[in-house]
Ligand binder design. Structure first.
Ligand code: BGC
Ligand code: MG
Length: 538
């Protein structure tokens, strides 16, 4: 037998680890405060790893926790490789990685390469004088050269008092864009990435991948495009400053570096990207070069999550194999939590719980890599009771509160029924705690077999024990009622999933002995009620 041929074949068909994984997103400020200052930190996260182990997630993605003046809560970095004191120390970071790995949990860091903080020493030098050697590390112009707008509102050009010139910022004025055309900047950035790779991180979520390079001719953008179907969006886009050709080569080079360290995951993020709007295949691959492994899918982050939207997203993945391996997220640190986007009409407590459970089933049984945003596993709704002085999101403040603050999806995790929901020893937390935390906390939900938390655990267990659900193929089955139906299959095994999005009953023709799990399904009449689901073997 030709063993070398055999080995090559096996390697080719072994899917990468992230095809069968679940990623859990942690917003470090809000997970667990170990120091009593009201802000979460790395030691806090370390103390909760057993919770994540019990939940059986495979990897955690942490939002940035490096030195920052926190104008954009860590997305404005002033030292790429130094943990911000508010989150702890670099020693804590090493410990976090090591402890996660000891428990079999992979660790994904957030890479913010488009911009730094205005407090970064590079920018301080760059803006200090026209002759400074780092002058060209950022994007400077004598006058406002064009109509480019910041994603966060207003002109993308800000005057610097020291030289009277203007610098470009895709996001806040306190987040100046790096000039990635400059090879020195690129080399510095790659050094940073290398540092993390040496630490052993398992992958990166690459922030705002479409904004790295701008048109060097500085030509005007077309009039601002307002998203047509994204009613609840928090972002507007200035499309002509996005997706410049140089982005791709930069990302392929980055991937070459990452590839030297083995099987790492590179996730590309940019708002509004998802299979429905498409447009990112070139970030994945072009000719013989490869870039990101997957895109973070925004399809389900802006609107009410109804049958139509979910079907479109699944269908778009199915129709476009060049979109790469599917991913799904229901919430993130930038958008309204999905539990507050279940329906336009007001739902009862039961309906809310049922639809939350049904969408969790969708997330965890559809083909693709699921992202669970911390707190979603408790069914946390968006926090909306802010008084103006409690709002922290600079974007909302800068826009006179005319955009919904992102603070509402970033409030502290609810651990138990003690002070500050066990998040902190302090009663002064950086964002308020949900008032009804005692109903929602991990402690309370652990004791209730029907809780959202126990539901997530049950479905994750089902998934973890089923290679069909983890890596099986998908067939979307057309329905003429209010349900979504699909089949997962692998090596002759089949699992069917039906989710009823509407009020009308959906009759299901099945042998009840084959049911793996269900909710709101009447075993006698075999009718699936509103927001019910049934999972069964074929
Ligand atoms: C992040 C936001 C951040 C922005 C600027 C986005 O993609 O998710 O939280 O404000 O990038 O870094
Ligand atoms: Mg840029």
């Amino acid at each position: 037998m030709n063993f070398s041929w055999y080995t090559v074949d096996v390697i080719k068909t072994t899917p990468p680890w992230w095809h069968s994984s679940i990623i859990y997103q942690i917003y470090p400020r809000s997970y667990k405060d170990s120091t009593g200052d009201g802000v979460g930190d790395l030691k806090g996260i370390i103390s909760k790893l057993d919770y994540l182990l019990e939940l059986r997630v495979d990897a955690i993605w942490l939002n940035p926790f490096f030195s920052s003046p926190m104008k954009d809560f860590g997305y404005d970095i002033s030292d790429y490789t130094q943990v911000d004191h508010i989150f702890g120390s670099n020693k804590d970071m090493f410990e976090l990685i090591e402890t996660c790995h000891g428990k079999g949990i992979k660790v994904i860091f957030d890479l913010v390469l488009n911009h730094t903080s205005a407090d970064h020493p590079w920018f301080i030098e760059s803006s200090s004088s026209l002759a400074n050697p780092k002058r060209d590390w950022y994007v400077w112009q004598k006058q406002v050269p064009n109509n480019w707008e910041s994603i966060f509102g207003g002109s993308a050009w800000e005057k610097s008092e020291t030289t009277g010139e203007y610098f470009y910022h895709t996001f806040l004025p306190s987040q100046p864009d790096l000039n990635l055309y400059n090879p020195e900047v690129k080399a510095e950035i790659f050094k940073v990435v290398n540092y993390f790779l040496e630490l052993g991180v398992d992958g990166f979520r690459l922030d705002a991948i479409n904004t790295f390079f701008e048109d060097p001719l500085l030509q005007d953008n077309l009039p601002l495009e307002i998203g047509n179907h994204h009613k609840l969006t928090r972002f507007k886009s200035n499309i002509n400053t996005f997706d410049h050709d140089c982005n791709f080569d930069f990302i392929y080079d980055l991937k070459d570096l990452i590839n030297q360290y083995g099987d790492k995951l590179l996730i590309g993020e940019t708002n509004k990207m998802g299979p429905i709007s498409g447009k990112w295949t070139k970030y994945l691959q072009h000719k013989d070069r490869s870039g990101i492994d997957i895109v973070f899918n925004f399809d389900l982050l802006y609107d009410i999550i109804d049958k139509d939207l979910v079907t479109k997203s699944i269908q778009a993945w199915q129709d476009n194999q060049d979109h790469g391996y599917p991913t799904y997220a229901l919430s993130s640190h930038d958008q309204l939590r999905f539990v507050s986007r279940l329906s336009i009409e007001k739902l009862s407590v039961d309906e809310t719980a049922n639809k939350t459970k049904m969408l969790a089933v969708f997330l965890l049984t559809i083909k693709g890599l699921p992202f669970i945003y911390y707190g979603d596993e408790l069914g946390l709704p968006e926090y909306t009771d802010f008084t103006t002085d409690q709002i922290r999101d600079t974007w909302a403040i800068q826009n006179d509160y005319s955009v919904p603050t992102r603070d509402g999806c970033r409030t502290p995790m609810l651990w138990d029924n003690s002070l500050s929901a066990g998040f902190s020893d302090s009663n002064k937390t950086w964002l308020p705690i949900h008032e009804n935390f005692q109903d929602l906390s991990v402690e309370t939900q652990k004791q209730d077999p029907n809780s959202i938390l126990n539901h997530y655990k049950k479905i994750i267990d089902l998934r973890s024990n089923s290679s069909v659900l983890q890596t099986g193929e998908l067939e979307l089955i057309e329905t003429s009622d209010g349900s979504i139906k699909y089949k997962r299959f692998e090596d002759g095994s089949e699992i069917f999933v039906i989710l009823n999005f509407e009020k009308e009953l959906v009759p299901v023709d099945l042998n009840t002995a084959n049911i793996l799990d269900s909710n709101n399904f009447d075993l006698n009449t075999k009718n699936l009620h509103r927001f019910g689901y049934v999972i069964y073997t074929g």
